[in-house]
Structure formats: structure tokens, C-alpha cells
Design a protein around this ligand. Sequence first.
Ligand code: VG1
Ligand code: CO
Length: 543
Amino acid sequence: MTQITTVQTQPIAGQKPGTSGLRKKTPVFMGRHYLENFVQSIFDVVGAKGKTFVLGGDGRYFNDRAAQVILRMLAANGAARVIVGQGAILSTPAASHLIRLNKTDGGIIMSASHNPGGPNEDFGVKFNMPNGGPAPEGVTEAMYKRTTEITEYRMLEAQDVDLSHIGRHQLGAMVVDVVDPVTDYAALMETLFDFPAIRAMFAGGFRMRMDSMCAVTGPYATEILENRLGAAKGTVVNGTPLPDFGGMHPDPNPTWAKALMDEMFGANAPDFGAASDGDGDRNMVVGRGIYVSPSDSLAVLAANAHLAPGYKAGLKGVARSMPTSAAADRVADALGIGKYETPTGWKFFGNLLDAGRATICGEESFGTGSDHVREKDGLWAVLLWLNILAVRKQSVAEILAEHWAKYGRNYYSRHDFEAIETAKADAMMAALRGALAGLPGKTVQGMTVSMADDFAYTDPVDASVSTKQGVRVLFQDGSRIVYRLSGTGTEGATLRVYLERYAAGPAGLDLDAQAALAPVIRAAHEIAGIAAHTGRTAPDVVT
Ligand code: VG1
Ligand code: CO
């Protein structure tokens, strides 16, 4: 027998969701009432009665138990049906696809994305809307407000659902459909890309390394790359999702995916390398001996997308987050299509995608995606690169060289200063904001400031306004510095400094990005007084 109980609770402070959902240390999430409060707050805002949802996560520690709690709460709140990935596993883009494919009322994704997992690491929960995309700010604000007022939550007393078995289960009056996490997603990829051409490329000896970093993309990459496209067995490494990601930090960048970088720059390197993050929505792409910056990757994908069957009609527009380099804008201009600059976070692309204004979107933080789902999609980017390589029959290095010769090069880097004392980071940003008006006309490190502001965005579709999205300092020579504080960290504050410098055409600079950016880096430290405010002279992570 099952029974619904109403549990008395009280608001718990500090639950404000960040750039993508709510992230906290796992012990906090496992603490009394914490997960339950947040989940009930979601249902109180979006409503659960009679509705259908998708549920899955990236497999990190507590994923399985949290799924059972959420299912019991969904049943107690009157949901009609839940579609769950087998073993409570779903990558973020696969969850987005299932929401859309089944026309559900939304979905709950358990992930802290690139943050490490484990009993003392991070956990997270995010809600996606019926369009498959992350909840917009208005909705997450309402959920946050609800967490500050909540007095009770509803829970079904019942045994666990056996999520290891595909098929239909019953939980109280609610139906639970356990599905294979990969099948529908892989079918979608087959509609977008020229699988026969990619298969022929692998059959011709093309070698690849895919590092799934012991996170959620392992099963997806193994099925698609090895089983369907014929890549050699063993192409996918770290392919089994583990609760602690095998101690890895599943953030696909040169720092955390160092083994992949070493292989791609070593003797006998494969033709192509890629890595993805905890929940599978990000990607890093590397050629033999050449790293592809995410901003360049977005630009190359936009310029070549028409080579893939799913995009052969061309793109409607390209959108990038504000800190992402302007490389994609140059492609949009050349194609004569729309270009958009949004705040950081995938939720800001949703309206542009829904309205058919943008087809491809990207962020400098290794996120790229298109209108096939409403999330960024790591494997999608990898497959589009493979499709382009199969058609152009050139190396990654050749494709990049031709791209820069045609469009010029936006040298780009992001410097992260992690776990700064929050008060110090806030004081630095406040001082910087206070000094903005005095910057234009000033010369710093030989470069003259042309404009300085705190980025505000008005959504072109629904006219909603988002302010304080990052401080921008633009220089007359086209260089740019952006400063913002991370919304996804769980310890202190992370300062992100985004650096960009443009060099035109084939005769432009030909340097390592850090060398090319040296004056911009010095200017970034000088303008914000990073050392004086935070005590830090060098970043923790450079991408
Ligand atoms: C970071 C990235 C941002 C990305 C977000 C979520 O946010 O900079 O571009 O959208 O993570 O990605 P922040 O606020 O820490 O800079 V994921 O892969 O965590 O869903
Ligand atoms: Co992610």
C-alpha cells in the first residue's frame, strides 16, 4: 500500500539558483528537507497535477537516491507519468530531446555539470521547460522565492521503483516509464548528420579519441561512435559513468582533460580528439597538434554547418553569449544572417531558438548546440565536426588555417580565479562598476578604451530585461576585456576574466593565444586591480 503524507518543513536559506539550476555540496543536498524543499518549490511554481515529466541525471553520487525521492514527490503531487532514463541516467541534451519528443510538461535533470561529484563534492537539480530548455530567470526567481516561504512538502510512502528495468512501472497512481537513455538521442543524431560519410571516413583509417571523463556521455559516445559509426573499439575512454567520475573533474578544457591534450600533441596522435563534461552538454575539440578554442569552434561550425544534412538549407542566425569572442559574428555577417549576443547561460538562447531566429548557438565555455534540442549538446558538436571533416577531407589544422585566413582571427582566452573570498570578489566588482564611467578615452597598456559598461540584455522576443550580466571594457583596436563572477560555483566566488584581441587576415599575428593577448591580460589586471582586491596575481585555470 502507498500513502501520501504531508511533511512539515521550514525554509532553508541560500537556495538561489545560479546560471543553470541549483548547485550545492552533496552533503547539503542530502541534509534534512533540503532536496525535498527545492523539489516541492519547483512543483509549487510549475504545477505537477496530471502532468508528464522527464527525469534523469548525470550519474553522480546521490543521483540514484535523489531520483527515488523526486519520483515519490511527483507521485504525491499528482503527476500522471514520468519518463526516466534507465538507472536514472540521462545526459542534459538527451533529457531535452525526450521532453520535446514526448511533448511533456518539462523535466528534472540531476546534475552539477562540470563540478566534481562524490559524497563531499557537488550535486545539483535543474528544471527544464516544456520546450526542453532551462527555466528562464522569471521561473527560477519564482522557485527561489517559494523556497523562502515553504512550510510543507508532499511525499508518497512507497518502495523504490526498479529503475534498472526498461518498461512500465507503477508508483501509486503515477506511471513510470523507464527508457533506454541513448536510443532516441542516437536516432535524432542520425537525422542530422551524414552517418554513411562519417562511417566511410572511419573505415578509411581515421582515428579518434573521445574522453568521456567517467561522466554521462560514455554510453552515448560508445553507441554512436563505436557501434554505429564504426570507430575502432577503445576510441571512447573513461566511458563508464562513475558516482565520483573516477576522481576526475569532468570539465572539458585543456587543464582538466590534460591526458587528451597530451595524446593529441604527442607522437602518433589521432586525427581528432574530443571530451565532454559531467552532464554531456559541453565539448572540447582538439585536432592533431592543435587546440580549437570554443569561440573558434562555434565560428567554424557556423561557417560549415550546411555540409551536414540537417543544416543543408542554411542557418537562420547565430547566437553567442556576450563573453564569447566575435569570431561567430564575422561568419554571420559573411553569410548575411542574424547574429545575437546574449548573457551567459543557455536559457537565454531559448527564445531565439523557439522563434526561429537562431539555428546555432554557442558559449566560450565549451558549449555549442542548435535548434535540434534546447540545451547545448557536446556530442552534437563532435558529430558536426566529424561530418565537416568527412566532407572537406582536410585536417582540423587546415580547416582552422583557412578559416582564419578568410575571417581574421579573434585571439581569445578565459582566466579563472577560483575560490576567492566572496566579500573580496564582490568589492572588486563594485569598485570596477564604480569606475566604468571614467574609463572611455583612457589609455591602458598602450590601448585606448572606447567603451565600458555593465552588460544588460533585452530579449528581442519577449522584451524581458536582464541586467548586471558582466562588465565589458572595449578598446579602439577591437580588443576586449569582460569580467564576471561565476553563477555555478559552490565555494566562495570564481572571477572569470575573458580576453580577446582581433588580428585581420593571413598577414595577422601568428602567435600562441596567451602571447598574442599579453597586453590585454596586463590591462585586465591593471583596470580591475585584481591583485590588490583578491591577492591573486595569476589565474587558477586558463582556457
Ligand atoms: C558556466 C559557464 C556558462 C555555462 C554554465 C552552465 O557558468 O561559464 O557559459 O552556461 O557554466 O554550463 P558560470 O556562471 O560558472 O560562468 V553547464 O555545462 O554547468 O550546464
Ligand atoms: Co554541463
